[in-house]
Design a protein around this ligand. Structure first.
Ligand SMILES: [Zn+2]
Length: 433
């Protein structure tokens, strides 16, 4: 420790924080959730949408578009510029989303530093001219200064704006459009279960061809954490596999239903937030207190199923962190379908033998959605984490294998709806450590 400079120590702590990116604080090396922090609504720091031009050089930067984040832009010296990036409020988990566009009156090459407040550089920069097609910078095309927590990019700027972003964009408009496209299928229904802080619709999709609204359910959740785009990609493929015309998917739909809450934090997504909702709160810490309208709406909807005795087969909440990992629950915790998680993961492995599955089980005490599901329905569940930089085709392949394996496992079950046991419900959380 003696030779470790303070900045190196801070970087090391930052790395530990990052490793814990999406994880609950109960089992980690270091807890990033500040002690005593509650999920009551907190003020957001301002993020002004504006276009900033440098008169002497004719270089421009703007954040005037959906899901942007750029707090300031200025020229440091010569061809060196700096963008500063700050979260919606702090303290906050280190999920340092940025997104802005640049252009220049005349073509020129600039150096651009990304500097962060209350965080460090995390995401490999992606470039786009249309916010649809993105190209990740090669690691040789920028310098990530891990000690300073900054990144230095060399960019060619022209009169045509180029978007620079932490990840690809999947905005609320994109998710709503995807949901609308699914409702053209005769067995998919869409409804609105509530509104976000800013009045955006919290949508729900029901995939059900059984004719029975109380058929056993798989629940899918997405986008509690805005920057976690790889998780959103996985969720879309996972759900699309269940709605496909593959025979196994059709067999599933004739017996079971799937319920999808694809966009739990629409305000954070469109506001370019690092992690929180418009109430300044990490929604995936609010599944006990329910101080936020988004978590409350989803929980209220699900409790309706619980009150009708609907059997919960499995629940999946899609996220992203530094590597692919399935956060599951400890194996000694009793559930309604013992061993289902193990069989499901083994099934993924059988489909993709070269893909290395990483599973990290923990307890069911922390106030995350997976544990709310467990305490409400007694089911197995997973926080499905996709790596920030996992190759996009692999994300799709794994999500598809995950869907097929899940279908195969639940189709082997013998009348799970008859196994429902009301005594499991409404138990005190603390009694199930
Ligand atoms: Zn997350």
């Amino acid at each position: 420790m003696k030779n470790l400079s303070l900045s190196k120590l801070l970087s090391f702590i930052g790395l530990l924080l990052l490793v814990q990116a999406c994880k609950s604080s109960e089992s980690g090396i270091i807890a990033y959730d500040p002690p005593g922090r509650t999920t009551e609504t907190k003020p957001l720091d301002p993020h002004h949408l504006r276009t900033i031009g440098i008169a002497e050089t004719g270089v421009w930067a703007s954040n005037e578009f959906v899901a942007s984040r750029m707090n300031d832009f200025y020229r440091v010296e010569d061809n060196l510029y700096r963008v500063t990036i700050a979260p919606e409020n702090a303290p906050i988990n280190w999920s340092s989303w940025y997104s802005f566009k640049l252009w220049s009156d005349t073509p020129q090459t600039i150096r651009l530093e990304l500097a962060y407040e209350n965080g460090y550089h995390r995401y490999i920069p992606k470039l786009s001219t249309d916010r649809i097609h993105w190209t990740a910078l090669d690691t040789t095309e920028f310098v990530h200064d891990r000690e300073a927590g900054t990144a230095l990019l060399t960019l060619d700027v022209t009169p045509e704006p180029i978007y620079v972003s932490a990840q690809e964009h999947i905005t609320s408009e994109d998710v709503y459009a995807w949901a609308d496209s699914l409702t053209t299928l005769p067995f998919v229904e869409q409804s609105v279960i509530g509104q976000s802080h800013r009045g955006r619709d919290l949508v729900k999709l029901v995939v059900n061809a059984t004719g029975n609204p109380d058929a056993p359910v798989i629940v899918v959740m997405g986008r509690q954490h805005p920057p976690e785009i790889p998780g959103a990609m996985a969720m879309e493929t996972f759900v699309n596999t269940f709605t496909s015309d593959e025979p196994e998917a059709m067999a599933f739909r004739s017996r079971y239903q799937m319920i999808v809450y694809p966009l739990i934090n629409p305000d954070g997504v469109d506001g370019g937030h690092w992690r929180h909702n418009f109430g300044g709160v990490d929604l995936n810490r609010d599944w006990k207190a329910f101080n936020q309208p988004e978590t409350r709406a989803v929980a209220d909807d699900l409790i309706g199923y619980q009150e009708r005795g609907v059997f919960m087969l499995y629940s999946l909440d899609f996220h992203s962190t530094i590597y692919d990992v399935y956060y599951t629950s400890n194996k000694d915790i009793p559930t309604n379908l013992p061993g289902l998680t193990d069989r499901w993961l083994a099934g993924i492995n059988a489909i993709l033998p070269d893909y290395e599955i990483r599973e990290e089980p923990s307890g069911v005490v922390s106030p995350v959605s997976k544990n709310f599901m467990y305490h409400t329905f007694f089911n197995n569940g997973v926080t499905y984490e996709v790596g920030d930089a996992t190759p996009r085709p692999l994300i799709r392949d794994v999500a598809r294998a995950a869907a097929i394996s899940m279908i195969r496992e639940v189709m082997k079950l013998d009348a799970p709806e008859l196994m429902s046991n009301p005594d499991w419900y409404n138990a005190d959380w603390s009694s199930r450590q």
